[in-house]
Design a protein around this ligand. Sequence first.
Ligand code: F6P
Length: 319
Amino acid sequence: MKKIGVLTSGGDAPGMNAAIRSVTRAAIFKGLKVVGIQRGYQGLIEGDMEEMNLSSVGDIIHRGGTILRSARSKEFMTEKGFQKALDVLKIFGVDGLVVIGGDGSFRGAKKLSENDFPTIGIPGTIDNDLGYTDYTIGFDTAVNTVVSAIGNLRDTSSSHGRANIVEVMGRHCGDIALYAGLAGGAENIIIPEMDFNMDEICKKLISGRNRGKLHSIIIVAEGVGKPYDIADEIQERTDIETRVTIMGHLQRGGTPTAQDRVLASRLGSKSVELLIEGEKGRVVGIRENRIIDQEIEEALSVEKEIDKDMYELTKILSI
Ligand code: F6P
């Protein structure tokens, strides 16, 4: 292993830059050359890459987004595109690859490894939807962004005596909603993993109002959908004026939290270690604060489970 490549793929996540920095510096420290590949697998197919040095990754640990940019490449999914990617890696003399992204990006990493190209995956997605790792890079920052927004909404909701529906991202996973809801003291959290009961939600809002509560925050994970329908129903049944805020891509940007930077730094250097040891087709992650690695297929087959105790706790604390 003399030269490795690094790319970011899929939806970007705060902390990806810290991971790129870690991969690059750990590799240079071990005497390897590093190329930064632009726009994920699409840039790989197009040979859009440049050698990185220590200063290429200077002053980026605190920056959101990804200096390598990102893409969701349809071409890479085709056999022709995939073969092109393999050819480009050969032409540029790249011996191993680190892919920073979510499950879709990991499937690409798996295919490369199955074709004898050593590839390691680092979990970078705000969704925290990968079952094999406790946390993914970007999740903590996204949660903090949502918590800060909840604080703002609480102010204006209190002034007007309103309820606020806040829709957060996460695809099919309710983790952003659950963590942000607990940290933000939301009255109700609606996530795809758990059934919800509108009677219960409305009853809680009415009893809150009757004891003088001036605001109510209801977090809805995007996997549940229909935030405006939920708002209409609440307003109709409780007579509490209700507004909707879609967090959208606001929660994908911003300076990464210390926790995301630390995680990214630990995972980046571990992925380089694995390549040097001759490993391929593995992903890195964190479990009980220990850095782990696992075969990609096996890791992807671990079902992501919502923390039911935490969900129950949110109900107790928002009584
Ligand atoms: O996977 C990250 C994520 O932000 C999801 O939470 C969301 O569903 C999706 O990406 C949005 O994708 P795009 O940025 O392509 O609109």
